[in-house]
Design a protein around this ligand. Sequence first.
Ligand SMILES: NC(=O)c1ccc[n+]([C@@H]2O[C@H](COP(=O)([O-])OP(=O)(O)OC[C@H]3O[C@@H](n4cnc5c(N)ncnc54)[C@H](OP(=O)(O)O)[C@@H]3O)[C@@H](O)[C@H]2O)c1
Length: 334
Amino acid sequence: MNAIVLRELGGPEKLVLEQVPDPAPTPGQVMVRLRAAALNHRDAWIRQGLYAGITLPIILGSDGAGDVVAVGDGVDRALIGSAVVINPSLDWGTDDRAQGPKYHILGLPDNGTYAELIAVPAENVCPKPAALSWAQAAAIPLAGLTAYRALFSRAQLKAGETVLITGIGGGVATLALLFARHAGARVLVTSGSDDKLARARDLGADGGVNYRVEGWAKQLQALAGGGPDVIVDSAGKDSFASLLDIIKPGGRIVTFGATTGSPSTIEVRKLFWKQISILGSTMGTAAEFGAMLELFARGLAPVVDQVWPLAETAAAHAHMDRAGQFGKIVLSIA
Ligand SMILES: NC(=O)c1ccc[n+]([C@@H]2O[C@H](COP(=O)([O-])OP(=O)(O)OC[C@H]3O[C@@H](n4cnc5c(N)ncnc54)[C@H](OP(=O)(O)O)[C@@H]3O)[C@@H](O)[C@H]2O)c1
């Protein structure tokens, strides 16, 4: 099969199209002929050597949608021919509160979805929401799962509450915007681009502020009328401390990423005096994946930024490195 193989760490040019042996489904697995895959920032972190446990060579990619073309022993043959999306959350474990020690994400250390074929556990495929295109279906899995757990399982977002989503151009952020609007929340956003703020308003955001502008945190607090009830953040580092100023007393801050860096100094007295809850969130359970997919059966559609042929994965990565995207960057696989 054709696949994009990463043999050396570095820039986007390290992602090279190669012919590699087809995978074969082991007992309990299905083989999927992928029609589309999608990028996540995780793939860029791995490519640059900024992720734990990297093994090379590796086929990156956590998101994929396609047709089941073969099954391993013990799997119902009726699955052959079904259109599926892949849940990239592997071996979560038995505790809904946190993943267990065997937990891993598709695309490292197992080969991922930047390929024509992939073998995955049968329990990790779900029916593709019928109304979605292949590109839209592939855009959902990792980012949708992350956004769903952060907003609903962790922050317990309710209708009528105000939520701030930072860095709205990101794949997870645009899905969080869709889900929060669907849940009846008022949504505020930040971005480093005025154009992306305008696009977020077109998608239903109630307002936004450019985080590159001096005084952005105060502007946001005013916009929220005393601060949002919930903040969903993946920027991390220095701006994380400002979230304690912006949030309403008694509010919840969920963090699931550190795009700008991880170390952050916060004022502990603000945390306790304002009765703030800080919640960490990563990916999600199979039940959360199923509940998230249900939203797409009810008419939601993810924001697809641009679709690139698999052979042009390097160009798609360069686009992500520039934060050029608004929504998900997708790879089409012939
Ligand atoms: N823990 C988990 O399970 C999990 C799951 C998914 C993702 N993540 C992490 O979450 C982050 C986002 O992932 P993604 O795949 O959605 O990435 P992405 O599509 O590449 O989006 C990254 C976004 O970060 C925003 N950003 C950059 N600098 C910022 C700043 N100073 N303040 C606020 N936002 C800023 C940009 O938004 P604008 O262009 O609008 O400025 C950019 O579009 C990554 O760090 C990723 O590793 C973690």
